[in-house]
Design a protein around this ligand. Sequence first.
Ligand SMILES: Cc1ncc(COP(=O)(O)O)c(C=O)c1O
Length: 387
Amino acid sequence: MTIDQHHRLKREVIPFSMPYSSSNELANVSEVLRSGHVHGDGIFTARATERLLGITTADHALLTTSATHALEMASVLLNITDGDEVILPSFTFPSAADAVARTGATCVFVDIDPATGNIDPQQVSEAVGPRTKAISIMHYGGVPVQIDAILSIARDHDLPIIEDNAHGLGGRSGEHRLGTVGVLAAQSFHDTKNVHSGEGGALLINDPSLVERAEIMREKGTNRSQFLRGQVDKYSWVQIGSSYLMSELNAAVLDSQLAAFDDIQHARFGVWDRYSLELEEWAAENGVRRMSPPHGIHSAHVFYLVMPGWESQTALISHLRAAGIIATFHYVPLDSSPAGRRYGRVLQPLTQSEDFSRRIVRLPLWAGMPEDYVARVIAAVVEFPGR
Ligand SMILES: Cc1ncc(COP(=O)(O)O)c(C=O)c1O
């Protein structure tokens, strides 16, 4: 490396994430434009859907405009309505709560297991009541929730699980692939995710009885999908729906990314493993906990550190920023957010969610992150004085 290159590299700001780019997106997109079929449900939608089913082993998948929309569809498909309650973690992305609140139902926020940031099954069990309509879970950073415990609570109370799998593509726990735990699961293909289509998502359907209504709901409330398959001779408005269909342009990008899924994951795990290994000693000396799920079960969506306290969280983020590195924390707990207070309730103070949110620092991670960027992040963290 020349001295000039060295100085340029030192000055470059390292972003928090970068969207993956495979070699085929442009070719796929131009094929769509030339084909004349640019709206949804074309050949790339079919291909991407097959690949998604291959990775998740879910029963059915419908590509959507976002995970937020897939979660909205889940609420409607499960007939969640005014007066119902849905149990969900406070430490999660707002879309899961939004999908509940827009139906008129109440969000019952529960706490997390501090080891993973995932919903605490004990708390779920305490929160179940006569108005509970569903349990909503999210695999934080792609680390599986305690699946057997959650499934057993759901079975005992005959409650459906809504699975926000925005982080978890490719993750698994025993025989459970993430995306198959809930009767309905949402994937996100936002450009911050391991695999993206710019904006986009999918609804995974693991209960065959919901497929027909889901298809209709996604197609403006019409049975157009059945018409296209030749199952009905004209299509019409059959129920309330919306336009949740992914365009072929996005599906063309998604197909090319899903085709590269193994390479993407290999590259992400390369960065993740380096952080984990090379920060081990520093973390032990400074009272910092590294994200530490067993290898292979998570999706390498994030790598985080849990700092000793809020002051060191803020100080490390500032220290990294001064070194030209963008690190972030995640999720203001929903129960303390303005909308969370309006549309939700808690049974007790959610101290673990609050504590986790005030101590976590997420480091930059993307597939294709240059080795010297990873080295710069590690060097800057190790320089941080800690306690
Ligand atoms: C856990 C989780 N759920 C849902 C979403 C929403 O995804 P989308 O942008 O596809 O609607 C996100 C987005 O970051 C997320 O992190």
